[in-house]
Design a protein around this ligand. Sequence first.
Ligand code: ZN
Length: 243
Amino acid sequence: MSDIHANLTALDTVVRDAEEDGAIDGVWSLGDNVGYGPQPAECLARLRELNATIIAGNHDRAATGAMGIEEFNSDAATAALWTREHLSEDDKAFLDKLPEVSKPVDSFTIVHGTLKYPVWEYLYSYETAQGHLELQETPFSFVGHTHVPLRVVEDKQQPRGCELYRLDDGDVTELTDEARLVLNPGSVGQPRDGDPRASYAIYDTDQQTVTMKRVEYEFAKTQELMREADLPVWLIDRLAVGR
Ligand code: ZN
């Protein structure tokens, strides 16, 4: 899962949904665990309870002050400052210790943005995908950051070096040794592909497949908490439209 963004209602719904098909062995969180949403501390507690493998995103860095908010638009900056005030010193120390690139897990490397600029670069074009793949030492990788589900298939025969495919609910990607891949599972807590349902993926280690999942969650509950916290209106509204 990626880009949970302090949306506990979405996170809990996704975990319940994943467990419906049987016990899960582990959770990987691809960064932006906090920022934008109303329950940053609760989300971190939940992830620690799940013993998740977690990496840092730009919002995790901004939430502790480790990174400035100059690059953020005004709503994101407001939310980052709010988040700073609502995390304990212990939570901030935990966030600051998160790596920006994971050690290989199974055949995957995990990073928030790209391997070139781990917390900042959006992987959404042939160019950024190629730059990332050049640095990828494992057969597969998971990225987040764009909040849009995507599959990149390396193809060195092509001048662009790869193909890009948008992913929908139920789309299955087979992991084979025929092509190196980059996968983006979309965003749990703030989807931006026009579909407000929480987005994540299930990696089946037996079948060697990754299946995209979309799940409805009670975004009105998250919105209510955001209103109570006086977070920016646009951040509240966008949850209903997935933009
Ligand atoms: Zn994000």
